[in-house]
Design a protein around this ligand. Sequence first.
Ligand SMILES: NC(=O)c1ccc[n+]([C@@H]2O[C@H](COP(=O)([O-])OP(=O)(O)OC[C@H]3O[C@@H](n4cnc5c(N)ncnc54)[C@H](OP(=O)(O)O)[C@@H]3O)[C@@H](O)[C@H]2O)c1
Length: 395
Amino acid sequence: MRRIAILGATGSIGKSALDVIARHPDRFEAYALTANTRAEELAELCRQFRPRLACIADPAAGPLLRKLLRDAGLKTEVLTGAESLVEAATRPDVDSVVASIVGAAGLSSSLAAAHAGKRILLANKEALVMAGPIFMDAVRSGGATLLPIDSEHNAIFQCLPPEGGSFRDRGVKKVLLTASGGPFRLRDRSTMHGITPEEACAHPNWVMGRKISVDSATMMNKGLEVVEAHWLFGATSSQIEVVIHPQSVIHSMVEYADASVIAQLGNPDMRTPIAQVLAYPERIDSGVRSLDLATIGTLTFERPDFKRFPALRIAYDALAHGGTAPAVMNAANEVAVAAFLDRRLPFLQITTIIEETINRLGALPLQSLDDVLAADLAAREHASQLISRVQLSAA
Ligand SMILES: NC(=O)c1ccc[n+]([C@@H]2O[C@H](COP(=O)([O-])OP(=O)(O)OC[C@H]3O[C@@H](n4cnc5c(N)ncnc54)[C@H](OP(=O)(O)O)[C@@H]3O)[C@@H](O)[C@H]2O)c1
């Protein structure tokens, strides 16, 4: 029986993970569930899964969560505040941690799980983008196991040979990250000014949280994934190629020295990679229907357009600059996406804000978590100032 902590249980990934867990009550126990503010959603999940621990980051939501659980006759222990997420991630009884909080808010708990030597099932790509070397050091020194949930990285993980070592030692030439191209793949940039949050969140293939949906629309999601692939697999930027594949059936590929290309395919449903890492190295039912290739008929591929979607170029540049540049990029993106979702920033300005913030703050050496947090804070402040100026000039 694996005892699982789900950080971000009320989100899209959290709920998909609980769906898989519910199919295998003999294998998995949802030991701890966490949320940010949504006490009612968390209480409903507690009624269903009866975890031993429920944590809510917003202290103001604690009394409501306690009342709802008391009314339901549950004995679930309730903790509140950001530090309660770290408690959920590090409890000695917890074996695996599904790290599915969105954004930088997930860093401290994911990192704590690494230090505590847990099996980390990582969806929270932003943690790795911000703090790649620190995070990977914590995984090594804590004796943790890091398994990727992100569908592309999970596909690469499945296509790589099981034994470790450098790409050269393993005969790997490069990884090919597939990208759907998002909802605006075919849209002319000159028509993108008035794009609304509703349009940006309407992804053609995947149902996801709002932040990652906007990241997919700008293609910053693929940019974040390039950095994520660098840290997870030790690939250099020239060993990471992005290919647009609108059907989202091939989730990514690995090319070997002999020009063999191994791909992982499946319907676009996050329960597949979640089930793969939950049960690894075994295989279990995920609830996802079988792939019907004859009905799909055609799989197509295109090169990414770096001019219409500058976010991808910005991410490759940030990876090349190294140091704190990816943390600055991530923070500026989070602030700009939040402003876009609040209708305070036009869609096309998201990447402008990110690029201007990186140009202003540059890349400083990254040696400690403090360096990461300082870069994150400075980028948030600078991006917010830039957004205020955009709003003033629009008024
Ligand atoms: N969705 C996908 O298909 C998908 C695919 C690949 C990777 N990912 C990655 O997985 C992560 C989660 O994505 P998602 O789409 O599941 O997001 P989501 O639906 O927005 O859910 C986010 C979760 O994080 C919690 N949360 C948000 N801010 C928090 C904070 N400050 N402190 C503590 N908890 C907080 C939310 O709690 P409340 O409900 O209380 O707000 C919710 O449980 C992201 O890093 C994303 O890039 C997602």
